[in-house]
Design a protein around this ligand. Structure first.
Ligand code: NAD
Length: 480
């Protein structure tokens, strides 16, 4: 049985409580490992290590820090297969996806921010003949990074890398549901020569360990990705402590398909944007609005291509749909399927738990599920399901599509399918979404601002936004 450890002060150590939590493999429903059930004492030890490491780490040049981060990126690449196997087993995601998306992106995160810090310039404001102002961006200090289970190493490193790049030291907690690759990252950091205490990884539950990170007075900023309810609780905890917060929260993203689109491209990508990672990507487009003249054509082709989405053992190379992450999450999604029926939805595909024979007989598998005939304002179309469930809805005018798209409390991402350039610009700018993709989905450039409007979050990650978040701006004014 795999027993994970915390990574504190450069060492792999057990939790001070001596307690462990079970780690379950979603594809089998079996306990296959244990993780430290860390609490405030472990977090305090991690913060002490980070505070001790901070002066030397921030004093290094951006180039020196960057070299170590690029070395970590190279080690992630060199261990791609091992990490992809671990991610697939821990999360239930198809190994094919972990190999091309999760693990390569984790390496890119370290590579991108490892080199970005060297290009991080600052502003000067000259008051002609009077004074010169310049801005210094100091690393904010010890920071906390808390991440969710859906893209474990991908999102964990997306937070850690920019913090380290600007000279912060980090106390990080992965989701207790998917801790495996974060543990392996600790080993790779040792191998890369990251100085002890610069990055500390503590495992444990949200209330037991995450809460202690948010409350610790030595932690100056929190970068959090997770659910909107958790984000709200975190904001309440952090506000009186005046901590800087970056919150990347839930979504209920619209996918707008106009009649003038390239239908083949729209359908093929919509299959991905609906069901990639079993629909458990915050950016998945679960509300598909289709302009009425092509509604039937889109639906027919979408349902045809859906048949090729093989549900099966995530460790098999040709599996396209793996297991949902946990039994509790499977039941939450099944409850939403029941609700969709109650709200008058017509089931077009899926809707049931799948029994995958062999070692996966007790796994948490669900058929990709499609409903139609649901109003835009019903709960199925308003609440985040975060599973392989989408709705198809015809619309008649651009205005109708825009107002339905904007009708939820969320505003993370949106996708538009059209070949009309004017419409693309007009609709994109009318949408209340932090990210709008036109004729593509999940196309990422790490320099761009990433984050949501409304209940999808506060602040932006990515590029300069992330480097600024982990720094404190100071104005120096020199009178001539
Ligand atoms: P979650 O909010 O349950 O947990 C996220 C993390 O927060 C976990 O590490 C958890 O242990 C920790 N946590 C829980 N309670 C805490 C507390 N009181 N104090 C500190 N930490 C605490 O979310 P989840 O179920 O792991 O992830 C799914 C959610 O994440 C979905 O809503 C999804 O949309 C969202 N998400 C958003 C983005 C984005 O970029 N906006 C990306 C991925 C996932």
């Amino acid at each position: 049985m795999l027993q994970l450890q915390n990574y504190i002060n450069g060492q792999l150590v057990a939790s001070l409580s001596g307690r462990y939590l079970d780690n379950i493999e979603p594809a089998t429903g079996q306990v296959y490992g244990q993780i430290p059930d860390s609490g405030p004492a472990d977090v305090a030890a991690a913060v002490r290590a980070a505070e001790a490491a901070l002066p030397a780490w921030r004093a290094r040049s951006a180039e020196e820090r960057g070299r170590i981060l690029v070395c970590i990126a190279d080690l992630i690449d060199a261990n791609l297969e091992r990490l992809a196997q671990a991610e697939s087993r821990d999360n239930g995601k198809p190994i094919a996806l972990a190999r091309v998306m999760d693990i390569p992106r984790a390496a890119s995160n370290f590579h991108f921010f490892g080199t970005a810090a060297e290009h991080f310039a600052t502003e000067a404001h000259v008051q002609e003949g009077v004074a010169l102002n310049y801005t210094v961006r100091h690393p904010i200090g010890v920071v906390g990074c808390i991440s969710p289970w859906n893209l474990p190493l991908y999102l964990f490193t997306w937070k850690i890398a920019p913090a380290l790049a600007v000279g912060c030291c980090v106390v990080a907690k992965p989701s207790e549901i998917t801790p495996a690759t974060a543990f392996l990252l600790g080993e790779l950091c040792q191998e890369a020569g990251l100085p002890a205490g610069v990055l500390n990884i503590v495992h444990g539950t949200g209330p037991g360990c995450g809460q202690a990170i948010v409350e610790h007075p030595g932690i100056k900023a929190i970068s959090f990705t997770g659910g909107t309810a958790t984000g709200r609780h975190l904001a309440r905890t952090a506000a009186p402590l005046f901590k800087k917060l970056s919150l990347e929260l839930g979504g209920k993203n619209p996918n707008l398909v106009f009649a003038d689109c390239d239908l083949a491209a729209a359908v093929a990508t919509s299959i991905r944007s609906s069901f990639a990672n079993q629909g458990q990507i915050c950016l998945c487009g679960s509300r598909i609005f289709i302009e009425r003249p092509i509604y039937e054509a889109f639906k027919t082709e979408f349902l045809r291509q859906l048949e090729a989405q093989k549900v099966g053992d995530p460790l098999e190379a040709d599996t396209r749909q793996g297991a949902l992450v946990s039994e509790a999450h499977l039941h939450k999604v099944l409850e939403y399927i029941k609700l969709a029926h109650e709200e008058g939805g017509r089931l077009l595909a899926g809707g049931y738990r799948v029994a995958v024979p062999g070692r996966c007989a007790n796994g948490y598998f669900l058929e990709p599920t499609v409903f139609e005939n649901l109003p835009h304002d019903c709960r199925t179309n308003q609440e985040e399901i975060f599973g392989p469930v989408v709705t198809l809805t015809p619309f008649d005018t651009d205005q109708e599509a825009i107002s339905w798209a904007n009708s939820t409390d969320y505003g993370l991402s949106a996708t538009i399918w059209t070949t009309n350039l004017n419409r693309a610009h007009r609709v994109a700018q009318a949408l209340h979404s932090g990210i709008v993709w036109v004729n593509t989905w999940l196309h990422r450039d790490l320099r761009t601002p990433f984050g949501g409007m409304k209940n999808s979050g506060v602040g932006r990650e990515g590029g300069l936004e992330a480097l600024r978040f982990f720094t404190e701006a100071q104005n120096v004014c020199i009178k001539f």
